[in-house]
Ligand binder design. Structure first.
Ligand code: G6D
Length: 337
C-alpha cells in the first residue's frame, strides 16, 4: 500500500494526493476536496482531467463541477432566496435566478487544509475548513470536516461529512463525481441500473415541482433499465431535460449500476440521490473527451430546494448546537469473466 503527494500550486497550497496499489489507484485534491481520478485495472472510471491538463485551470474552467465537494447546498434553491426562523436570506443567483451548488464561493472553490492517516491498506484524508456567512450569504459560520477514505482491498471510496454552525443554517453537501465504467470512450447508455428509478419531476426552470414522484420502471414496464432505455423512453421529463437531472428516492440499502465488466455499488444514509447524466455538453475540454451522456452522477443529498418544499421540516436545516453527520460510499466490483 502506498500514497504520494504532488504539489501542484505551491503558492496556493494545492496538492494532488495519489493512493495506489497493484489493482487500483485513486486521486484526490484539496482544491474543492475533489476526486480527480479512480482507476481500476488501468481503466479510469470517473470523469476528470487528462495527464497533460493543468489541473487547477481545468477545474476552474469546467462548468460541470467534476468530482467536487459541493456545499453548503447541493442543487438549486429557487430564486436564490429562502426563509428560516422568519428571516429572509438572499443568496448569490449564479444559475439564472437561482442559487446552484452553494454559489461561486462554495466548497468546490476552496483549498482545504488536510491530514492523512495511513493504516494497513486504508488511506484516510481528513479535510477541515471554516466557512463564514459573509462568504456565501447563508446564515451562520460553519466548521466543516470532510473525510475521504480509500480501502485498497475493498476498492471502496467513502466520504464522511461533519459540520456544526454558529446559527441555524442550511447544509446539504454532496460529491459531484461522474462515473463511466466503460473502457472505451462510449457513453453510459449500455450501463444497467439495478434499482428502481422513482424521481421527482422538475418545473421548466429546473426546480423540483412537488413531492409527487414518477417511477420510470413502472412507466416503461421493465425491472432493470439501462440508461439507453431511460433516454429512449419518450417520457416528457426525460425529453425536456435530454436525460436525467432529477432527485431519485432511495428505497434499498444500496444502489447499483453496472456494465459487462464492472459494477459500482453506492451506499448512503441519505434518502435521496440526484442523478445527472451530463445532458448538454457545451464545454470544449481541449481533448474533446467529454460528450453528452458521457457520465452519470450519484449526488447523495436531501431533495434540492427542500427548504421551499418542506419549510421548517426540511432535512437540510442544520440547527445551532447540532452536528451534521452523513456518510456515502462507492465500491467497485469486477465481474467474473
Ligand atoms: C447538477 O442538477 C445539476 C445540473 O442541472 C447541473 O447542470 C450540474 O449539476 C452541473 O447536478
Amino acid at each position: 500500500m502506498a500514497f504520494n503527494i504532488e504539489i501542484l500550486d505551491d503558492a496556493n497550497n494545492i496538492d494532488l494526493i495519489t493512493i495506489y496499489d497493484g489493482n487500483s489507484e485513486i486521486k484526490f485534491t484539496n482544491f474543492g476536496m475533489r476526486i480527480v481520478d479512480w482507476k481500476v485495472d488501468g481503466r479510469s472510471i470517473v470523469l476528470g482531467p487528462n495527464e497533460n491538463d493543468d489541473l487547477v485551470q481545468y477545474y476552474e474552467e469546467n462548468p460541470y463541477f467534476f468530482g467536487a465537494t459541493i456545499g453548503r447546498y447541493g442543487g438549486r434553491i429557487e430564486n436564490g432566496t429562502f426563509e428560516l426562523n422568519g428571516q429572509n436570506y438572499k443568496l448569490e443567483q449564479n444559475d439564472a435566478k437561482h442559487n446552484l451548488h452553494g454559489g461561486s464561493n462554495g466548497l468546490h472553490s476552496r483549498v482545504f487544509d488536510y491530514e492523512i492517516i495511513n493504516e494497513d491498506k486504508i488511506v484516510t484524508v481528513i479535510y477541515t475548513a471554516d466557512m463564514k456567512s459573509e462568504d456565501d450569504y447563508f446564515p451562520g459560520n460553519i466548521q466543516i470536516r470532510v473525510t475521504h477514505r480509500y480501502d485498497l482491498i475493498q476498492m471502496m471510496w467513502s466520504i464522511h461529512y461533519e459540520a456544526a454552525s454558529t446559527e441555524d443554517t442550511l447544509f446539504n453537501p454532496m460529491n459531484h463525481v461522474y462515473f463511466n465504467l466503460n473502457k472505451t470512450n462510449q457513453t453510459i447508455e449500455n450501463h444497467r441500473i439495478h434499482n428502481e428509478i422513482e424521481f421527482y419531476p422538475l418545473k421548466e426552470n429546473q426546480i423540483v415541482k412537488s413531492l409527487d414522484t414518477v417511477n420510470i420502471n413502472e412507466e416503461i414496464g421493465k425491472e432493470i433499465l439501462t440508461f439507453r432505455d431511460v433516454f429512449e423512453s419518450g417520457l416528457e421529463q426525460i425529453k425536456q431535460f435530454n436525460g436525467i437531472d432529477h432527485p431519485v428516492k432511495l428505497g434499498d440499502e444500496s444502489f447499483t449500476v453496472s456494465n459487462d465488466e464492472l459494477e459500482i455499488e453506492m451506499k448512503t444514509d441519505q434518502d435521496h440521490v440526484v442523478i445527472f447524466t451530463l445532458n448538454d455538453v457545451d464545454w470544449n475540454d481541449h481533448d474533446h473527451t467529454i460528450q453528452e451522456h458521457g457520465g452519470f452522477t450519484l449526488e447523495t443529498q436531501s431533495i434540492p430546494d427542500d427548504i421551499h418544499l418542506l419549510g421548517d421540516s426540511a432535512p437540510s436545516i442544520l440547527r445551532n448546537g447540532k452536528t451534521f453527520s452523513s456518510e456515502t460510499s462507492y465500491q467497485i466490483k469486477t465481474k467474473d469473466k
